[in-house]
Design a protein around this ligand. Sequence first.
Ligand code: ARG
Ligand code: ZN
Length: 885
Amino acid sequence: TLIRREDYQAPAFWIRTVDLTFDLDPAKTLVTAKMALERNSAVAHGPLRLHGEALNVLRVLINGESVSFRQDGNELVIDNAPDADFALELRNTCAPDKNTTLNGLYTSGGSFFTQCEAEGFRRITYFLDRPDVMAVYTVLLRADKAKYPVLLSNGNLLESGELPNGRHFAKWHDPFPKPSYLFALVAGDLVAREQRVRTRAGKDHLLQVYVRRGDLEKTEHAMNSLIASIVWDEARFNLPLDLERFMIVGVSDFNMGAMENKGLNIFNTSALLASPATATDADFGRIESIVAHEYFHNWTGNRVTCRDWFQLSLKEGLTVFRDQEFSMDMAGGASARAVCRIQDVRNLRSAQFPEDSGAMAHPVRPDSYVEINNFYTTTIYEKGSEVVRMYQTLVGRAGFEAGLKLYFERHDGQAVTCDDFAAAIADANPGSALTTRLDAFKRWYSQAGTPHVQARGAYDAAAQSYTLTLSQHSPATPGQPDKLPQVIPVAMGLLSHEGQALTLHLQGEAAAIGAEHVLVLEQPEQSFVFINVACAPVPSLLRGFSAPVILDDGLSDAELLVLLQHDSDAFNRWEAGQRLSLNRILAALRSGAALQLDDAYLGAMRAVLRHPQLDAAFKELALTLPGEGYIAEQVEIVDPQAIHAVVESAQKQMAAALREDWIAAFEANQVMGGYTPDPVSSGKRALANLALSMLVLEAPRAQDSVWPGRAYQRFKDAGNMTDRLGALAALVNAHAELADSALDRFHELFKDDPLVVDKWFALQGRVPEQDGKTFARVKQLTKHADFTLKNPNRARSLLFSLCMYNPAAFHRADAAGYVFWAEQVLALDAINPQIASRLARVMDRWTTLATPYRSAALEAIRRVAAKADLSNDVREVISRALASV
Ligand code: ARG
Ligand code: ZN
């Protein structure tokens, strides 16, 4: 059934306290819940309806007396609940071992874990499983001591001790009222890295990172990231750690990256464990940002939570914004910050923009859903973060900090809405560019789809004025045919054709305003006139990607070259390079003629590569071509094979034309000494790896056997995973013979480390397709002894690599890729609907496919739809795909 935002009703009852007792047993766990309930006097008198799923109820008592109840679908209904406050006691069992959904209470590697967001708590006991019901929890855990020596739950440990029959217990209490989705328990044979810290307020805290025996040495980076996060949140937003103890636990079977349960964060091991030998620079960066993200949720999510799940971006958009700011501050200097920003924007454009124009397009605050788990999306998270960033752009950094302060003053301990957040930021900044147009700004929450902005400039030499005309329109999305104009902050500057920054002076203003300014576009079309402009300028617009829009600035190649060389905004320098590449790729796709990269373009790319001042990390980003998925977004009708062919040709030409420069770049970017994942060293490794892959790619044409040999040597001798995997990828992409032996060796070396075996599968799923070999290999790998659909990381590593990140291997004229997809979606759905549904989303954009892909895709989608007992998760995604004809 469809849940609608406008149907929100406050709960008929509140649950104030919960006492939970768990007798943990993998086959049958006994749960006893004693709760203090009261009626919500603001809501009409009615029955008590509790959510429950896959539970076996044993007894229900009210004030100690058994009471009659009935089952209505997934709800347990008590028709005559008392009017006065009362005690409700429930006893039920659940089966953690059989729970392959990884939602609720489940076992992984012989230990117990929980995942309760969004609606997993109802798989533990009957409850008002909604975020606006906040209770104080006391949790008693009882289990076999030898098998489960560690017993954890939220908050502080009250007592622990022995029980008869080799069992033991631990009792936990969390003083902060919380919604059920933040409940967690862990029981197992785990070990912890511990660290004590003293916060600014002078309080002592115990930090712990729990993992399986043997993984302890891979937790140092996570612990350091946690400490850095605690320090940062106090310094930047004045938000302290509020518990005596803060725990993180790693688990190998987990649907998402991690979960912010109060005081007891649970992490996918892929987002937690790192050592130089097993994790790449990208892994180190991702771990730092996810540890920070979950820690930051303690204030933005836990202390102030969501009233209902339509408000999910209230906590997720804000917390992604906070973790992005943290990562930028950790990176250090201006250039490293720009690199962070470029990576964030690249992710947004390659994942969120397609979502926003596909079958599952939805606003940052959705209006309806069938399965809330389908809405943990890049729109809620990453576009939500861009919306928060625009608040900051419109009120300034200090204004935003004041707004956040007011938000916590008003709402600490409450479950609130996106409107409450908007009001707090606006009220703290009266008269600001945000507050004066708040209603229009809030369309960012209600309108789906990526706005298109067009910019055209006209220079009047006689008047020495420059008129910049900005216009906008937002495309129709499912259920939203017409859109109103959005409030779009456009950070900008003007450059002379020689690359000098010009001073900006807006007509009507008394004085000039410096070299950079934020224009606010809010009408369908607006003109801005700059005066005292001595020469025809090159506009640098949307600096730092100041709004999540698609910009058409109409700039010529010559103008883009000026920006690439001279823009003071590093993001726009990078963007100019991407646009130069894109223009050429799109022209080839449109004409159907072979791509021929011109000297002007190659010369510009060479100049970037040789540039004495630019950082290696920036060079690597600038010299990486736009992804095939992003290119597909730029054309009306998508032929994945044609796109792949053009990109491959562009790569080969870059490899050939810049060969000497790639050699120089490789040699100049060797990192000596011990491994650290800092931005400078990781930037050098990234550029050296790109250079190496270019050199191996060029080897056959250049009749060169030296560079493939060097790549193999580097693969064998590498002192860290970044270099090893980089060399392996270079071979796998372009040198089949050496690649096979290297892949075997890699597996042999790391066969006991699941996270590295995931990399091994992922790499093979992403091999550039040639004559169907990659597709055949992936099918073969599904039969490998190490492959399983039961572990989400493993399923993702192979299947998502092929279906999401390897379009040319997946979209086959014989439709075999789609048949494979349908089989895997159905097989996964029987095990884990959340992962199945994510794979199902590969078909979001099927309507844009060219013949014969389009009809073949439709057939595969129909095949999945025909399955009678699909999960709600997959059913919703598939129905929306079918509705988008
Ligand atoms: N709140 C978690 C995070 O972003 C994500 C948990 C989502 N879980 C789910 N089943 N949808 O940090
Ligand atoms: Zn989150």
